[in-house]
Design a protein around this ligand. Structure first.
Ligand SMILES: Cc1ncc(COP(=O)(O)O)c(C=O)c1O
Length: 428
């Protein structure tokens, strides 16, 4: 199984992550511990960038930092010359603190406040996705005070149904994000009349999608919309941002395509459509989050014990849970796991990995095979780099877990463990 998860290997019966013993990481930094493999992270970024590099219309990859917003991770993205998609002042500040060029930042959000937009303008952020008319009204009002010309990409709901969990499907007409093209077109004209920089269109159809068809359909449709938009506001609206959403492997059953395939598919569709529609090839943007950070991350826990219920269900209890990884509770997500200190032992027992929080849904993975676990074992779960740390909560007043970077240099702490005192210090 390890060969399916990049950077994972076995040595002397122990799990190695990016060449470092998982047990030694747990000893040195404590658990729960997020481990990010820098080599995998950089490779994921480079794979996306190189897949787009041969496209003649030009373009850029923006790392969707909601997946994992940590200063050091954003610094790596900046070093790899990819941009960042941010959705809050906090994510923007993290990208800037990581050394990201503000011109390479895309500001998103379905309910951006005037204060947030003013902050983005004051920092010289390159792009913003217009999610609803209020964004335009606010930016028009702010433009008197802030001369910086932020480029506007209008977020369109293309009405594409992707096969994914309801909560991460965003391209359908009932989505809380974006607007239909018939609403966007007059708004683009209005924005232009207000002196704003109307730069193109955006769409994002959902997340953890494995098929290429919905992406191809969306790309084709968005090219038609871009043509309509250019007829109204001119060819300066020349950017097409096709979002993220590329699926990754969480379990053995998942078989995602390599990132390059998704990008090359979209490039092919856009190139053909440009020819058909007699348009200049637009500049193409993509915003992968999960497919960059997901497989680069894993989480280490200490097993607190095992419980067998009256009806035969076996729980393995860990010292974390939905506070560091809420994805099972939210989406029924499943994870593969191993006992890091006995990684070659045969997985013979069907177990549910449950956390320490006061909630029956506090589960990481349900009904997976593990070797019989015991107190003190180190349990590792894979593909936890995206939407775990960033969706973590402080339920039961459990302090935030630490994060360590491995793979390129000696293990390096990049997020310090929170303390219970720090949590309490916010209470007045
Ligand atoms: C606008 C936008 N872009 C990109 C992403 C990243 O999606 P993923 O992590 O699935 O690639 C999201 C996720 O919610 C999004 O809303």
């Amino acid at each position: 199984m390890l060969q399916n998860f990049p950077g994972m290997e076995e040595k002397n019966g122990e799990l190695m992550i990016g060449g470092v013993s998982a047990v030694s990481l747990a000893e040195q930094f404590g658990t729960p511990l997020y481990v990010v493999n820098e080599t995998v992270l950089r490779k994921n970024m480079r794979d996306f960038a190189s897949a787009l590099s041969s496209y003649e219309g030009g373009g850029r990859i923006f790392y969707a930092s909601k997946a994992l917003s940590v200063k050091r991770i954003l610094k790596i993205a900046a070093e790899e010359n990819i941009g960042a998609d941010v959705v809050s002042e906090g994510e923007l500040r993290t990208a800037l603190a990581g050394g990201m060029n503000p011109e390479n930042i895309m500001y998103h959000g379905n309910n951006k406040s005037e204060k947030e937009l003013a902050f983005a303008l004051s920092q010289g952020v390159g792009y913003t996705a217009v999610d609803r008319p209020e964004d335009v009204y606010r930016l028009a009002a702010l433009s008197k005070e802030y001369p910086h010309k932020i480029k506007l990409l209008f977020r369109i709901v293309p009405g594409i149904e992707a096969h994914t969990h309801d909560y991460i499907r965003t391209g359908s007409f009932d989505s809380k994000f974006g607007m239909p093209i018939e609403e966007a077109l007059p708004l683009m004209q209005y924005a232009k009349a207000q002196g704003l920089c109307v730069a193109g269109l955006h769409c994002h159809i959902g997340s953890q999608i494995f098929e290429t068809e919905p992406f191809r359909d969306a790309a084709k449709l968005m090219m038609q919309f871009l043509k309509e938009a250019q007829a109204l506001v001119g060819e300066d609206a020349c950017i097409l941002n096709l979002g993220g959403g590329f699926g990754i492997r969480y379990t053995e059953e998942d078989s995602p395509l390599p990132p390059a395939d998704f990008i090359q598919n979209a490039v092919r569709v856009v190139t053909e459509a440009a020819k058909e529609l007699k348009m200049k090839k637009p500049m193409l943007f993509f915003e992968p989050g999960r497919a960059i950070a997901g497989t680069a991350g894993s989480t280490l826990y200490t097993v607190g014990g095992v419980k067998k219920t009256k009806v035969g269900k076996t729980y393995v209890f860990i010292d974390g849970g939905m506070t560091d990884n809420p994805r099972h509770a939210l989406y029924d997500a499943q994870y593969e796991a191993v006992i890091a200190n006995r990684v070659s032992d045969e997985a013979t027992q069907k177990v549910t990995i449950a956390g320490r929080l006061c909630e029956s849904g506090d589960v990481i993975s349900e009904g997976i095979l593990l070797p019989p676990a015991k107190e003190g074992d180190i349990l590792a779960t894979f593909s936890t780099g995206a939407y775990c740390f960033s969706m973590a909560s402080r339920y039961n007043r459990v302090p935030g877990a630490a994060m360590v970077l491995v793979g390129e240099e000696a293990p390096r702490l990049i997020v310090r463990r929170q303390t219970a005192e720090e949590l309490l210090s916010l209470d007045l």
